[in-house]
Design a protein around this ligand. Structure first.
Ligand SMILES: Cc1cc2nc3c(=O)[nH]c(=O)nc-3n(C[C@H](O)[C@H](O)[C@H](O)COP(=O)(O)OP(=O)(O)OC[C@H]3O[C@@H](n4cnc5c(N)ncnc54)[C@H](O)[C@@H]3O)c2cc1C
Length: 317
């Protein structure tokens, strides 16, 4: 497995572009990009975000969907085989798994699949796609190790390169709804996966909504995919603000950014009329949704994907 990259937020992470640079505070660990926002014809209000139900329908061009010209529709659910071609350590407990599929596998950025691996027959777990659809039928997932977790421990601790995998999906109702409102994206831990996928897809499709991305992690070493975020931010055609928040960074460390729970930062970063997309552990989602509701964000503008595990599933007699 490749070693983790050095933890490294470049000191010059705050970058600006265009004449309309954002006024106000620019922390060393916040990133702003402003250029001309593009407008989109067509507004569509959000649909309930927590359904994991498959919705039959036809696929449409992603660009058309994002511009509101078509109704978002679901690719038909199916199972595709593949092989692990990459197992890269991103943090001490998150691994990026890259899989070469035998055939293309359309999905909406933000959705997830159930994946299984040859060495654990009969076991499958849900993971969100960590990129927009790739032309080469490769897919990636960020797998965080859950203590005593069967599947995530294998991916984090064993060499699975070359193993056969199956993926079944796509599933989930977490994707970017067409609108023009500013976006408040909140990701905790491996919950960054679908958020990155959405951002990549939105960038590919010319979405120009202002973005604030709040990324909650424990310590500085738990921040990852910063290069990818920075690359998206540099190309983003509107304001792009990246705000990492650390909950367990040791007192007195050199970390110059925000500390505490990511939910504590929501109110300060909530723009009027913003639509929120949240992904991560259920406790974070619940708490964030409460804060957003308390600040007047309507339910239909809050979309959340909970990374539940077996532990979160209520035991029924
Ligand atoms: C829609 C969705 C998307 C997801 N996307 C991601 C993602 O992109 N990245 C990611 O890292 N995770 C994601 N998850 C979580 C992921 O699906 C797995 O649940 C997680 O990786 C743990 O799987 P595991 O096999 O390692 O753990 P499991 O073996 O399933 O165990 C999980 C935890 O539950 C405990 N446990 C197991 N069985 C029981 C039981 N019967 N009673 C009580 N406790 C029990 C275990 O001790 C462990 O602590 C997602 C979940 C959902 C629902």
């Amino acid at each position: 497995m490749n070693p983790p990259p050095p933890s490294p937020l470049p000191v010059d992470f705050a970058v600006r572009r265009g004449a309309d640079a954002v006024n106000g505070k620019v922390g060393a660990f916040e990133l702003f990009l402003l250029a001309q926002a593009q407008s989109h014809d067509g507004l569509e209000h959000a649909i309930d975000r927590e359904s994991r139900q498959q919705r039959p329908g036809h696929t449409h061009g992603a660009a058309d969907q994002l511009r509101g010209k078509t109704h978002p529709a679901q690719a038909a659910k199916r199972r595709v085989e593949g092989r692990v071609i990459g197992q890269d350590r991103l943090t001490s407990d998150i691994v990026r798994l890259r899989v070469q599929l035998d055939e293309s596998f359309p999905y909406k950025a933000g959705q997830f699949a159930n994946i299984g691996i040859a060495s654990q027959p009969g076991v499958s777990r849900s993971y969100s796609f960590a990129t927009a659809v790739q032309p080469d039928a490769q897919v990636s997932f960020f797998v965080r190790k859950v203590p005593d977790g069967q599947f995530s421990s294998l991916i984090n601790d064993a060499n699975v390169l070359g193993q056969a995998m199956s993926i079944e999906g796509p599933m989930g109702d977490f994707w970017l709804r067409p609108a023009e409102a500013p976006l408040l994206l909140i990701a905790g831990g491996s919950g960054l996966a679908p958020v990155l996928a959405m951002l990549q897809d939105a960038l590919n499709n010319g979405v120009g909504r202002p973005v604030t991305l709040l990324f909650g992690a424990r310590r500085e070493g738990d921040l990852y995919a910063l290069d990818a975020i920075q690359a998206i931010a540099r190309q983003w055609p509107a304001a792009f603000r990246f705000v990492p928040v650390l909950s367990q960074e040791p007192e007195g460390s050199a970390w110059p950014g925000l500390r505490g729970l990511v939910t504590d930062q929501l109110a300060a970063h909530l723009q009027d009329g913003a639509h929120a997309y949240l992904c991560g552990p259920p406790a974070m989602i619940d708490s964030a949704v409460n804060v957003l509701r308390d600040h007047g964000v309507p339910r239909e503008h809050i979309h959340a994907d909970r990374f539940t595990t077996q532990q979160d599933v209520p035991v029924t007699a």
